[in-house]
Design a protein around this ligand. Structure first.
Ligand code: UN1
Length: 508
């Protein structure tokens, strides 16, 4: 690991506040980052205090005045070079993600690949960002709209995707002409330090204004400050519904813009017409990948009664084959949870499920002994449950999967939609009528609805996000860029008269 840290410019003690190429006095206490893989301290970061936050915001405001005047394709060129740098650092960065966050090495590399993909997407976008033209009702007039940069984009990200979610926001925001200030999760601060170091290389080589890429590694008070800060027109926050409600309320109270990507409670409907081999892999990866700590993790399976028993047995057999262990070992399927607090929540959810009448087919539990010294490794588990159990209605960020039975597709869709969250959903079926009904306006109410693939592992090309308590925001692909810009309608009169709209006469 020392080689990897050195390759990414991470020292024993690191700064927690940066304006781009320069680290500035962070002012807070020292925060050690422990790996959930082996419980060891990786390195320390000095947390940003409010003065550091102020300094980073001031620099960002200054930088915006210059950056917004760079032609968008020139900003895209910087993003292209960031993508190249990420290709160069894919191995060490993917390994650090895996070691500091605990996801499998495959998924760590996959996360860096998502960053590279969004860079490529944003480069193309930098030559587009197009508005519409309209026909004016007045003679000798032209009307069109254009999209201008917004200003400072505040990014609050979670531990589970410690680098990709930042890049989805930042790469689009930069192409759009915005400057960014990132408040990463305190649980994965070194991933943020590594990204900042990678960016600094590209920025220094291209004289990008200092302040375009701000970083403040701080505690909840820094996130709150950002949410209330009128100098930050857009706050993009990824994390729990509880956090999102508080950020959304604070940003809303000042009529700012927020982009919220919050909890999911994602289900897969397994039809009697499903390809069960595909369904098994999709369900197990969805439920245990990233140890159940994706917002797109599969938490509920809604299974047709005719195949319920056979599918349940196949699933239990598949769970028996799971190898839980060091995520850096390519043979492991499931790594640790992020910390002991997460383990505690997992145990409490199991108890609640049992108390409500849940029947565990695959028992959970915390692993002990050699290789499990961090105390963060848990067994993925499966329980038969009822849709209305309060624990089933709740997102527990851990590998607990609930099974439910259905008779009709309408009933299955009602169960799938009958939770407060609305992020991702799937149906496994080879029946065209069922698939199309699930995708219709009377079908899934989620932001993501898939057929014959699981709920997790979305590509960056689509808009990512969900409805209801998931927060309504959309990040990443499609036209998600629009939230990072302000729309301006322009009407130009090139005639010799001043006709008024709606035919109003006003003569002097
Ligand atoms: C998240 O869990 O916060 O679709 C993001 C997926 C990933 C992103 C998940 N591409 O599972």
């Amino acid at each position: 690991m020392q080689d990897i840290l050195a390759a990414l410019g991470i020292k024993a003690s690191n700064g927690g506040a940066s304006t781009g190429t320069q680290w500035i006095a962070a002012g807070g206490r020292e925060l050690p980052s422990f790996s959930p893989v082996d419980g060891k301290e990786i390195a320390k970061v000095t947390l940003a205090d409010e003065a550091a936050y102020e300094a980073v915001i001031a620099k960002a405001q200054e930088a915006f005045l210059e950056w917004r005047m760079w032609p968008s394709p020139k900003r895209g060129e910087i993003v292209r070079q960031v993508g190249e740098a990420l290709r160069k650092y894919k191995e060490p960065l993917g390994q650090l993600v895996s070691y500091e966050m605990g996801k499998s090495l495959q998924e760590g590399y996959g996360e860096v690949q998502e960053m590279i993909d969004i860079c490529d997407f944003a480069v193309g976008l930098s030559r587009q960002l197009h508005g519409l033209t309209m026909h004016s009702e007045r003679p000798g007039h032209r009307m069109y709209e254009q999209w201008h940069p917004l200003g400072i984009v505040g990014i609050i990200s979670a531990f589970n995707f410690p680098v990709a979610v930042w890049s989805w926001n930042t790469m689009l925001a930069w192409a759009c002409g915005d400057v960014c200030v990132w408040k990463p999760s305190e649980k994965t601060p070194l991933c943020a330090v590594a990204c900042q170091n990678i960016i600094a290389e590209v920025f220094a080589a291209n004289n990008v204004p200092e302040g375009v890429c701000g970083l403040v590694i701080g505690e909840a008070n820094i996130g709150e400050k950002m949410a209330h800060d009128g100098r930050v027109p857009l706050v993009s926050a990824t994390g729990s519904t509880r956090m999102g409600k508080s950020v959304g309320a604070a940003v809303g109270a000042r009529l700012g813009r927020s982009l919220l990507e919050l909890g999911g409670n994602n289900a897969i409907i397994i039809s009697k017409d499903a390809d069960l081999d595909i369904a098994i892999v999709g369900c197990v990866f969805g439920a245990v990948g990233t140890a159940g700590q994706r917002c797109t993790t599969t938490r509920r399976l809604i299974i047709h009664e005719d195949i319920y028993d056979s599918f349940r047995d196949k699933l239990v057999a598949a769970y028996k084959q799971l190898r839980i262990g060091n995520p850096l070992d390519p043979n492991s399927h499931v790594g640790p949870l992020i910390d002991k607090g997460a383990v505690e929540q997992y145990l409490q959810a199991i108890e609640k499920c049992k108390a409500e009448g849940g029947n565990f087919l695959v028992e959970g539990g915390v692993l002990e002994g050699a290789g499990y010294e961090s105390g963060c490794y848990v067994k993925p588990c499966v329980a038969e449950a009822q849709p209305n159990f309060s624990i089933v209605q709740h997102e527990t960020f851990a590998p607990i999967l609930y099974l439910m039975k259905y008779k009709t597709l309408d009933e299955a869709i009602a169960i799938q939609n009958g939770v407060p969250q609305g992020l991702s959903s799937s149906i496994m079926t080879l029946n065209l009528r069922e698939a199309e009904t699930f995708l219709s306006s009377a079908g899934s109410d989620c932001g993501i609805a898939n057929v014959n693939i699981g709920t997790s592992g979305a590509e960056i090309g689509g808009a990512f996000g969900g409805e209801k308590e998931t927060g309504g925001g959309r990040e990443s692909g499609s036209d998600a860029w629009r939230v990072y810009m302000r729309r301006q309608t322009n009407t130009i009169n090139y005639s010799t008269a001043l006709p008024l709209a709606q035919g109003i006469q006003f003569n002097l």
